[in-house]
Design a protein around this ligand. Structure first.
Ligand SMILES: [Zn+2]
Length: 146
């Protein structure tokens, strides 16, 4: 487990990767380049590079939703994940990885069905869950996994 006390997070306006101190995370941090406020309490769509950057360098646990646009259950849990990002703001980061666009990551983590959610701590997989879950179940799973 790393002693890292930062979170690495891209700016949704300009794409700049920002390194934010953990204790500043919930205080509406701004992008170092364009000064727009960072979206900290919403699921973030990532490509392979951003995925590895964030899970390996962020102090908070990271929940990654492996999904694809054609997957009905994936679309069903999208609003649940948005809700979870708000409820667990400051405790958890949520990423969305499109398995069609980023097949390398899906094969590395042996994703055989979607949606699959993997919790990462200190850059390592800690637990995973396959299949859609209703909100209360998802919340319980996250609480146990944190
Ligand atoms: Zn920016």
């Amino acid at each position: 487990m790393s002693q890292n006390q930062n979170i690495v997070w891209p700016c949704s306006s300009c794409g700049q990767m920002n390194r934010i101190k953990l204790d500043r995370w919930t205080q509406h941090p701004k992008c170092g380049r364009c000064h727009e406020q960072l979206e900290t309490a919403a699921p973030l769509a990532v490509d392979t590079k951003a995925f590895y950057n964030i899970i390996s360098q962020s102090a908070l646990p990271v929940l990654v939703d492996f999904w694809a646009p054609w997957c009905g259950p994936c679309r069903m849990i999208a609003p649940v994940l948005e809700q979870m990002a708000k409820e667990f703001d400051g405790k958890l980061l949520i990423l969305k990885l499109n398995t069609d666009q980023e097949p390398h990551v899906s094969s590395q983590f042996r994703i055989t069905g979607i949606p699959t959610m993997i919790m990462f701590k200190g850059g390592q997989e800690s637990t995973r869950q396959s299949g859609a879950m209703p909100g209360p179940m998802m919340k319980q799973w996250i609480q146990q996994a944190l």
